[in-house]
Unconditional design. Structure first.
Length: 246
């Protein structure tokens, strides 16, 4: 019997879903405290390592209570109307996110990390007000290397699946790794990296958009993506990120 590539991929996807269901029924060791039985991240570790933070409303940096925006955002207003972060990019989350997105990548982390993102979303009303949810796209080179877009997997964990549009915003230029670069250097690297699909741009006009990303470091990626969406006619652009560096 001849099996097409498409049929083979479908069968493989069904097998993966079946295996994930089986594994979800088994006891698991917490990746942080190594307790048994527990989820991949136990609730005790979530309570310990996800402290409540008062954050700048437009860049999600921690600020003092009663302060709505940090000094940098007041001096240089970002392209984002609002930004919410679930947790700090620090121990133990930095290591777990690295397991999620860097080779050998483990997309299985999407469900557990996505639950943390969902908890943050429940405290941010603008998440539910969004008309379109756009995961920050990867370049073709990065997507081929990784095999999946981690931001898309995280976005799928939110209760907004019917709003997700992963084909509106494109990453048209592959930028080198930016982990050691300053914000100014990142902005130069990312210049013209994002573009809206001209055949779908009409879907953005006058809409409230939510960008979803895994890690926000300097904000350069989200800033550049938001500018592209605004140029295409988006009325508001807000962001929800899993982790924010200090």
């Amino acid at each position: 019997m001849h099996i097409t590539s498409e049929n083979g991929n479908s069968a493989l996807q069904r097998l993966r879903r079946h295996l994930r269901h089986i594994f979800s029924l088994l006891p698991s060791q917490c990746a942080v405290c190594h307790g048994w039985p527990a989820a991949r991240i136990c609730m005790a570790c979530v309570g310990r390592f996800v402290p409540l933070r008062h954050r700048c409303r437009t860049c999600a940096l921690p600020v003092a209570a009663g302060v709505s925006q940090c000094g940098e955002c007041l001096l240089h207003p970002p392209a984002l109307d609002a930004c919410c972060a679930a947790l700090d990019y620090a121990y133990p989350w930095a290591d777990l996110i690295a397991q999620f997105k860097f080779p050998p990548c483990d997309p299985g982390w999407a469900a557990d990390l996505g639950r943390l993102l969902t908890c943050a979303a429940q405290a941010a009303p603008f998440v539910h007000e969004a008309e379109l949810v756009i995961p920050v796209p990867l370049s073709l080179e990065r997507l081929t290397e990784r095999g999946f877009n981690q931001s898309l997997l995280l976005a799928r964990q939110l209760n907004t699946r019917d709003k997700i549009r992963s084909d509106l915003l494109l990453r048209v230029i592959h930028s080198p790794a930016q982990s050691q670069l300053s914000r100014a250097q990142r902005l130069r690297n990312l210049r013209a990296s994002f573009a809206v699909d001209p055949l779908r741009a009409h879907q953005l006009r006058g809409r409230r958009v939510l960008l979803v990303d895994d890690v926000m470091t300097t904000g350069a990626t989200l800033h550049t993506a938001a500018l592209a969406l605004r140029r295409a006619g988006a009325a508001e652009v807000r962001a929800l990120v899993l982790a924010r560096t200090a």
